[in-house]
Design a protein around this ligand. Structure first.
Ligand code: PEP
Length: 255
C-alpha cells in the first residue's frame, strides 16, 4: 500500500442528464479494473446522486457531492446538509471550488465551516484552493494559496486533517485548456504540504492526498502524475467522457 493512495475525482458540475449520468457511472464500474489502484470518485449534480449511487452499488467507486451546507438542518431553502449526503450514499464532498468561491461568494471562513460540518458527518471533504491569473502574475501565488489553506482548515485537529483531500486548482487553468506546468503544480503542492505540516504534523501532512485540478487531460496527465506531491486529480471537463476519465485515473495508478 503506497503512503498516499492516488485519488481521482470527476466533478461533473451542472452537466449530463440522468440517463447520461447513469450510463457514465455504469461504464466506470465496468472498466474500473483499468485503474485498479486509483481511488475513484464521481461527483454528479445533487439531484442525480441517488441514481449514480445506484449505478455504483457493489463497486468501490465513491460517490461525492459538489457542495454541502454547514448546518445540519433548518430553514435553508435550496441547501443540502452533509448528513443528507451521507444518507444517499456519499462518501466525499467537494468544498470551496473556485466557481463557488467566485459565483456564490464562499470565503475561507465559509469553506472552513462547511469542512468542519462535512467531517462531523463522516464525509471526506475535497477542499479546493487556487490562485487567479492576476494573483499569479502579481507574484502572489504563495500568499494566496497559503491563506486559503490556513483559513479553510483553521481549527481542525490533526486527525481531521489526515482524513481530508486538498485540491490545488489554479483558477486560470480551470476549463481553459491552460494546464499548470508540472513544475508549477509541484511547487504549490509542496507548499500546501508544508502548511499542512504546520497545521497538523509533518507525518500527518505526508499522508494527506493533494490533487491537482485544471484542464487535466489524458495527454497532459503523465508529467503531472510523476510529481512527488501530486497524488491525483480533480477533473472537470475530461470526467464527462469515460475514456478520458479512466485514462487519467490510469496515469495515477501505482504498479
Ligand atoms: C474543476 O472544475 O474542478 C476542473 C478541474 O475543471 P477542468 O478539468 O474542466 O479544468
Amino acid at each position: 500500500m503506497p503512503a498516499r493512495p492516488p485519488i481521482v475525482a470527476g466533478n461533473w458540475k451542472m452537466n449530463l442528464d440522468r440517463a447520461q449520468g447513469r450510463a457514465l457511472a455504469a461504464t466506470a464500474v465496468a472498466r474500473r479494473h483499468e485503474a485498479a489502484s486509483t481511488e475513484l470518485v464521481l461527483c454528479p449534480p445533487a439531484v442525480y446522486l441517488d441514481t449514480v449511487g445506484a449505478a455504483l452499488a457493489g463497486s468501490d467507486i465513491g460517490l461525492g457531492a459538489q457542495n454541502a451546507h454547514d448546518k445540519p438542518s433548518g430553514a435553508f431553502t435550496g441547501e443540502v446538509a452533509s448528513a443528507m449526503l451521507v444518507d444517499v450514499g456519499c462518501r466525499y464532498v467537494i468544498l470551496g471550488h473556485s466557481e463557488r468561491r467566485t459565483l456564490c461568494g464562499e470565503t475561507d471562513a465559509v469553506v472552513n465551516q462547511k469542512t468542519k460540518a462535512a467531517l462531523a458527518a463522516g464525509l471526506v471533504p475535497i477542499v479546493c484552493v487556487g490562485e487567479t491569473l492576476e494573483e499569479r502574475e502579481a507574484g502572489r501565488t504563495t500568499d494566496v494559496v497559503a491563506t486559503q489553506v490556513r483559513g479553510s482548515l483553521a481549527g481542525l485537529s490533526p486527525e481531521h486533517i489526515e482524513k481530508l483531500v486538498v485540491a490545488y486548482e489554479p483558477v486560470w487553468a480551470i476549463g481553459t485548456g491552460k494546464v499548470a506546468t508540472p513544475a508549477q503544480a509541484q511547487e504549490v503542492h509542496a507548499l500546501i504540504r508544508r502548511i499542512l505540516g504546520e497545521l497538523a504534523t509533518p507525518a500527518v501532512a505526508n499522508r494527506v492526498r493533494i490533487q491537482y485540478g485544471g484542464s487535466v487531460k489524458p495527454d497532459n496527465v503523465a508529467d503531472l502524475a510523476a510529481q512527488p506531491d501530486i497524488d491525483g486529480a480533480l477533473v472537470g471537463g475530461a470526467s464527462l467522457k469515460a475514456d478520458d476519465f479512466l485514462a487519467i485515473a490510469k496515469a495515477f495508478a501505482r504498479a
